[in-house]
Structures are given as C-alpha cells and as structure tokens.
Design a protein around this ligand. Structure first.
Ligand code: THU
Length: 157
C-alpha cells in the first residue's frame, strides 16, 4: 500500500493584501449578497466570477418553498456566466455571505459540494486553475483552484 497526502495551499489575506482585481471581485460578491432571495434560511450568499472576456458575472442564492428546488449563489453565478458568455472562460471566483442579521459573516464561507462540482466543470473548460476567494469580514482565503477543493475528483466516465 502506498500512502499519499493531499495538501491544499491556502493563503489567508487581509483586504489590503488583495490585488485591485481581487478586491473588485470580492466587492462584487459582497454586493451580490443583496440580491439573495433567502426567506427560509435568512443566509445571504453572493458569488462573482471574472471571465476571460473581462466581464464580471454575479449571482446569489435563490430559495424555494420546496427547499431542494432552490439553488446556491455559486451555481446561479456559474450557470448565468455559462449561459450569457458561452465563449468566455472563468478566471477567478469570489464568494461572500451575510448572516440573518444582514451582517457580513466574520468567517469566510466555502462552497458546498454540489457547487464545487459545478464550478469544476468550468475550470476544466478553462483548462487552467481558477483561484477562489472566500471572503469573510476580516479574513479572505485564497485557494489556488476549484480542483483544490475537490482533490479526489470525478472528471470523466
Ligand atoms: N448556500 C449558498 O448559496 N452557497 C453555499 O456555498 C452554501 C449555502 C445557500 C443555500 C441556502 O440558500 C442557504 O445558503 C443556506 O444553506
């Protein structure tokens, strides 16, 4: 038996340590939390994606009284990007959230498993790493790629 460790390098950054482009994307994700429709969870998530054609596309969680019919912010954003800019590829993704009091979450939030798989599809299409910025109020985590969040990955059948 061989044993392997999978190590994910994560940068922990303050707002000031972000590049201008990263800060702009984090701001877009934070702004997108305002468009969240979350009457059931009262947890408001925003995601923003920078595309290779220069566009920034954002999305938010959209809930439904039939709970599983709702969708997360990340999938709203990535499917909207795919549908509205079919020839562009993903460059970077930012995610932010506000709690039930409407306050930015102190800690960064991470995409759920289904969203990781959905985002991975677009990273594979881009054929290069797509960094993820997970923005808390005070701390921002930068992960090198979507794949790093799903290190043992389903990519073909
Ligand atoms: N949610 C997201 O939009 N993204 C995530 O990564 C985690 C969870 C949403 C789904 C639901 O509307 C609410 O947050 C509570 O789970």
């Amino acid at each position: 038996m061989n044993k392997r460790d999978i190590i994910i390098p994560v940068d922990e950054l303050t707002e000031e340590e972000l590049t201008a482009a990263e800060r702009e994307l984090v701001e877009a994700a934070r702004k997108a939390t305002q468009t969240s429709y979350a009457p059931y969870s009262r947890f408001h998530v925003g995601a923003a994606i920078r595309l290779s054609d220069g566009a920034v596309v954002s999305g938010s969680n959209q809930e439904n009284v039939a709970f599983p019919s709702g969708i997360c912010a990340e999938r709203t954003a990535c499917y909207y990007a795919g549908a509205s800019h079919p020839d562009a590829t993903f460059e970077m993704i930012a995610i932010a959230a506000r709690d039930s009091k409407g306050e930015p979450t102190a800690e960064p939030i991470a995409p759920c498993g289904a969203c990781r798989q959905a985002l991975l599809e677009y990273e594979l299409r881009a054929d290069h790493d797509v960094p993820l910025l997970l923005a808390g109020r005070d701390t921002i985590l930068r992960l090198p790629s979507v794949r790093s969040t799903l290190p043992v990955t389903f990519t073909e059948f």
